[in-house]
Design a protein around this ligand. Structure first.
Ligand code: MSP
Length: 511
């Protein structure tokens, strides 16, 4: 079986993990978990990007050696993965020997082949972005855009990678691989970028300007440009694992699609005689309360603290339910609490509690067998089949927010079914027909709950296990078999109560 190899971007360690980092990990994890449910063998890589000017500068400000600084902040990123239940198989750091070794091998190979050459460069340089600028990067008024920070004119010798000579190849490649970038419209942006002539890529920085990097194997006066180093992580992490390359999926933010992932990376691989990744997914950006997140203004969400307060699965659910993959979204506590209360606590949580309560009250805690099937049961079963048949293709197309909406519509319908059958009334009647309906309604709500929850493990792994647990159920190994309406719960002993979405969540008062 071919392994599905999926990665996240590796995060800069010059700051602590924030909501954007958390989202990317959760999204990638949802895809990884979904593929595993579908029967794929999955290999999932994440990690941190530790070299470069920003890290060097931040370490200096903190007054500690860069390696020590990286060791500390990397642990914070690792802790976020653990807290958010990210099912990654590996966590790579670009300061690890296994990575540096491969970067050097690639550099030496390209240098020996004549793909890297030395030249004098004179021009403008942005320290903040660690990149050389061209006139076309200027604002219409001639000034440099703010994102570049301080821009200085410099003359220096550097090493260049012959990017330009692969431009035609890349254009052909993109035309042949129409689904290389998701969402598709972003592939057009890549082609637009390629409608202008490419420049060769400066892949070195003189050590007198930047020390914190991988020394070029063929000239120890220079370190490697941080992007040339970072991109290689996807390959260096699996070089000794046969059958994983090419990667199936790089999940990244929209800001790092063009040029690093969609231009530099496929060309670097091509020049090394390696295959390009199968596809790139560029997700959107989160703002918080309508503005850019920023630690200094307090407009910041600490993923671990947030998950501690509101629950890991509630955070995962919100991130996936709220954002349409590829588009931007806004995070606010108010919107989070609306979904928490109405969708998680009052809809799903309520269904679990009712099912447990009524099974305990009317059937000694044991799920009975259904005895009849009338219109309400048939309608719910038909809705289940429709929901399941829609949700799988939605997930295959990364429309997880709609998949969740459909799943929760089914949960709502199950709660409505309970209202229709009103087991609390049936329970007061001694008539055989009412007793048969009572058993049927208990069996039906339990089965519908089991099925609804069977669509949730990719997004809410812990909640799924908990709910199955209180239903006295352990899901089988073949996911698709779990999605068939039946009588798997007959005879199960349910728990007395369940605490799923605890603490009354009230909306914050203004002011
Ligand atoms: N180190 C580079 C990536 C190298 S990949 C070989 C980098 N790091 S980053 O820390 O700045 O960003 C890491 C990821 O987080 C990127 O995919 C980026 O798009 C994503 N996000 C950063 N801020 C974000 C939001 N506000 N919202 C959503 N994702 C965001 O770039």
């Amino acid at each position: 079986m071919k392994t599905f190899y999926i990665t996240t971007a590796i995060d800069y360690v010059n700051g602590s993990p924030h909501l954007g980092h958390a989202y990317e990990k959760v999204l990638t994890d949802v895809i990884a978990r979904f593929r595993r449910l579908m029967g794929d063998n999955v290999y999932f890589l994440t990690g941190v990007d530790e070299h470069g000017q920003k890290v060097q500068q931040t370490a200096k400000k903190r007054g500690i050696p860069p390696q020590q600084f990286c060791d500390e902040v990397s642990e914070e990123f690792r802790a976020v993965c653990k807290k958010l239940n990210i099912s990654n198989d590996d966590f790579i750091r670009t300061t690890e020997e296994r990575h540096k070794k491969v970067v050097c091998q690639i550099l030496q190979q390209l240098f020996d082949k004549g793909e890297i050459y030395k030249a004098e460069y004179k021009g403008f340089y942005s320290t903040r972005q660690e990149q050389f600028l061209q006139d076309k990067d200027r604002n219409p008024d001639g000034r440099w855009p703010e994102i570049f920070g301080e821009v200085t004119e410099i003359t220096e010798s550097n090493y260049f990678f012959k990017l330009a000579s692969y431009q035609d190849w890349l254009i052909e490649f993109l035309k042949k691989n129409e689904n290389f970038v998701f969402p598709r419209y972003r592939q057009k942006q890549v082609l637009e970028f390629l409608s202008e002539p490419l420049n060769d890529l400066c892949i070195s920085r003189p050590k007198d300007r930047l020390e914190w990097g991988i020394t070029l194997p063929f000239d120890d006066n220079f370190v490697t440009y941080v992007w040339f180093d970072a991109l290689v992580n996807y390959y260096s992490a699996v070089i000794d694992k046969p059958g994983l390359w090419p990667a199936d999926f790089h999940v990244i933010g929209k800001d790092i699609l063009v040029p690093p992932h969609a231009v530099y990376w496929p060309i670097m691989l091509k020049a090394c005689g390696l295959e390009a990744p199968k596809s790139l997914l560029a997700h959107g950006w989160w703002s918080i309360n309508g503005t850019k997140m920023s630690k200094s203004t307090g407009n910041f969400v600490e993923p671990i603290a947030f998950a501690d307060q509101y629950g890991v699965d509630a955070l995962r659910y919100f991130l996936i339910r709220e954002m349409s993959v590829g588009q931007d979204s806004d995070f606010s506590l108010q919107q989070f609490l609306i979904r928490y209360n109405s969708e998680l606590a009052n809809n799903l949580g309520n269904l679990v509690n009712r099912t447990l309560n009524m099974t305990n009250r009317f059937s000694a805690g044991v799920v009975p067998a259904a005895e009849v099937s009338e219109e309400p049961e048939q309608a719910l079963k038909a809705l289940w089949e429709k929901t399941r048949d829609e949700v799988i293709p939605l997930c295959e197309g990364f429309q997880f927010h709609i998949a969740l909406e459909r799943t929760f519509a089914f949960i709502t319908a199950t709660n409505a079914y309970i209202e229709t059958r009103a087991p609390w009334k049936l329970g007061k009647s001694a008539e055989a027909k009412d007793q048969a309906l009572l058993k049927t309604s208990l069996a039906t709500m339990a089965e519908a709950l089991r099925l609804g929850v069977a669509l949730l493990p990719a997004v809410m792994p812990e909640t799924t296990v908990k709910i199955n647990g209180v239903l006295g159920y352990t899901a089988g190994a073949v996911w698709k078999d779990e999605l068939i309406w039946g009588s798997r719960l007959t005879g199960s002993k349910v728990a007395a109560t369940a605490i799923l979405f605890p603490r009354p969540q009230t909306e914050p008062k203004a002011g």
